[in-house]
Ligand binder design. Sequence first.
Ligand SMILES: [Zn+2]
Ligand SMILES: [Zn+2]
Length: 119
Amino acid sequence: MNCFYHPTVPAIGLCKYCQRGLCTDCAAVVDDVLACTHRHEDEVHKLEQLAARNLFQSKRVGTSYMRNAIFYGLVGVLFAGFGLVQYRFLGLQAVFFIMIGLFLLYAASANYFEGRKHK
Ligand SMILES: [Zn+2]
Ligand SMILES: [Zn+2]
């Protein structure tokens, strides 16, 4: 592949914005990627900023799901464990605790799988 602007010169890479081949004279490095010098430097910079922001956001959403999953999981285990241990003394009330525990464990796993989707 040759440079789009200099058809006789071999290209060293592609402009991130227009995907055209660039030689060393035409390639500008913007945020660690290549851009057409004086043509698409600003566009590539904007693209990179957008991509970085999206990455950051999806990461944050993913971790908050994971944090919820851990929280629900721990509280769920506490409730279910308490219900199981107290079952002999509390009877039906203990079943109520176990059910809350199971529901929280279900919420924890739902959050866990949702969090993995965002990775
Ligand atoms: Zn370009
Ligand atoms: Zn060129």
